[in-house]
Design a binder for this molecule. Structure first.
Ligand code: SF4
Length: 64
């Protein structure tokens, strides 16, 4: 089963990096915080390297 990714919105600084890099996975909510709306929108490897590893707030995580 595919892993589910989520954003800890309390820590998100709305930099836009994850939304820019992977728009099929992340979007901004009405409060301008990122949210993961489709964990299957990119490969796990891309989500890891292009979002999780680059998020300046380290607030993108895999659900355990
Ligand atoms: S990269 Fe991190 S801080 Fe930037 S918008 Fe995405 S979740 Fe928020």
């Amino acid at each position: 089963m595919a892993r589910i990714v989520y954003v800890d919105k309390e820590e998100c600084i709305s930099c836009g990096l994850c939304v820019d890099n992977l728009p099929d996975v992340f979007q901004f909510d009405d409060d301008n915080k990122a949210e993961a709306y489709d964990s299957a929108g990119a490969s796990e490897e891309d989500i890891q390297s292009e979002a999780i590893d680059q998020c300046p707030s380290e607030c993108i995580h895999w659900e355990e």
